[in-house]
Ligand binder design. Structure first.
Ligand SMILES: *Cc1c(COP(=O)(O)O)cnc(C)c1O
Length: 415
């Protein structure tokens, strides 16, 4: 469910029509729906209400300050993966007691600043990292609060690049080693082992993998006689991009909650895509329609893989629709960007109404891993981010300008 809907053939974001928005703002731009962000947050919160989890929105899905602040104001915490995300999280006033920090490669500097900020938990991904955290804590005369991220060796039904919980992946610590860490907790005298963390991947549409991973973690707790305060079950709840049947928050909750009843720890969830994915779209203009030598049609648009890399990187499907529907014959199009790469496309062989130069397309499901993965490749300024809040359209990040492209560059006089 989201608030991007057609009314009489015209696309609206909440109560604002897309034709009105493109009149005012040059494309390409990202467009977020404030109401949809909140709806999705409440949906998870309500589904899991019985166990009252701490929900930490996964910032890497969308780290726009206004998006994150919308959620923080609604009670969300944040799941961060870098010092930069910590900086942004604190900037918008997220209580450190609601910040959890995962990443296989936290630097000493990043660990220091997170510890000084007194975040809730470091989700630790290796023994050497744990040793580093212990020594930083000692120097700062603090106790570091840590959860051990386990790799449960459970395969999620998703793209290989976004699978994280199988044993050949770099993430987490295997179950045996995790048990050893708890057995030898006294080795890490500046660390408080507070919890366990597990995150098996992203865009998971079946609850089964979650159930499997949760059971393995609970087994570890019981077998090892391990006491924890926090069980962080990660994120990964999938959404509908195309025709996949995505499990609803309620269905995920119904299959996971029974496993957790009667336990004394608190649960953390880290949804990213579920909250932001369908809360945003990328809006782009058709520059040219070109017929290739084989007769194939290309719709060349003003957004490319630098703006939205998911199709190129994961062969991801994004629904694309003209913002005004016209009754025409349909045609198949490759919707491609201006970037000098054959892999630069938003859709291949997509059946659509006959497209004409100058019309606008909405690329749905671009609110997560959209702008946050955008780059300046081909020296293209990154697009603006807009948010509809009630009746109003707010610029929540300006489009970059050419001068932003050279910020920080220096030309030595020897050149
Ligand atoms: C990316 C990530 C998430 C969020 O994943 P989604 O699929 O966007 O829900 C949660 N936790 C960790 C540790 C992650 O790396």
């Amino acid at each position: 469910m989201h608030h991007f809907k057609f009314r009489d053939g015209t696309l609206y974001c909440e109560d604002v029509s897309l034709p009105d928005i493109v009149k005012e703002f040059p494309t390409p731009f990202y467009l977020y729906s404030h109401r949809t962000l909140l709806d999705h947050f409440y949906r998870i919160r309500d589904a899991f209400q019985e166990i009252d989890p701490l929900i930490c929105f996964s910032m890497k899905a969308n780290s726009n300050l206004s998006v994150c602040k919308t959620l923080v104001n609604a009670g969300s915490g944040l799941d961060i993966v870098s010092g930069g995300e910590l900086y942004k999280a604190l900037k918008i006033g997220c209580p450190p007691s609601k910040i959890v920090y995962a990443s296989v490669g936290k630097t000493e500097e990043e660990i220091k600043s997170a510890m000084r900020s007194e975040i809730l938990l470091f989700n630790v991904e290796s023994v050497p990292e744990l040793i580093m955290i212990d020594s930083v804590a000692k120097r700062l005369r603090k106790k570091a609060k840590v959860a051990v991220r386990v790799n449960p060796d459970v395969k999620a039904d998703t793209h290989d690049y976004i699978t994280t919980g199988t044993k050949e992946k770099k993430f987490g610590i295997d179950l045996k080693q995790a048990e050893d860490i708890f057995d030898n907790a006294n080795k890490y005298s500046n660390v408080e082992l507070k919890g366990l963390h597990v995150h098996i991947g992203s865009q998971i549409t079946e609850a089964q993998a979650f159930v499997g991973a949760t059971k393995k973690v609970l087994d570890l707790l019981d077998k090892g006689n391990i006491e924890i305060e926090w069980l962080d079950l990660g994120g990964g709840f999938g959404i509908v991009y195309n025709e996949e049947k995505a499990t609803t928050a309620q269905e995920f909750a119904d299959s996971i909650i029974p496993l957790l009843k009667g336990r004394s720890f608190k649960v953390i969830l880290e949804p990213g895509r579920f909250i932001a994915g369908n809360s945003g779209m990328l809006v782009t203009k058709v520059l040219y329609v070109k017929t290739g030598t084989t007769g194939k049609k290309f719709a060349i648009v003003d957004a490319g893989m630098n703006d939205l890399i998911r199709p190129s990187l994961y062969s991801a499907y994004h629904d694309i629709k003209p913002i005004v529907a016209r009754r025409t014959e349909t045609e198949k199009y490759d919707v491609v960007g201006p970037i000098c790469e054959s892999g630069d496309y938003l859709a291949l062989g997509r059946e659509m109404q006959e497209l004409i130069a100058g019309e606008y397309l909405a690329v749905f499901g671009a609110g997560a891993y959209g702008f946050s993965m955008a780059s300046n490749y081909n020296s293209r300024p990154r697009p603006a981010e807009l948010m509809v809040i009630g009746e109003e359209i707010k610029v929540v990040r300006e489009a970059e300008k050419y001068r932003d492209l050279i910020r920080g560059e220096k030309i030595p006089k020897e050149i």
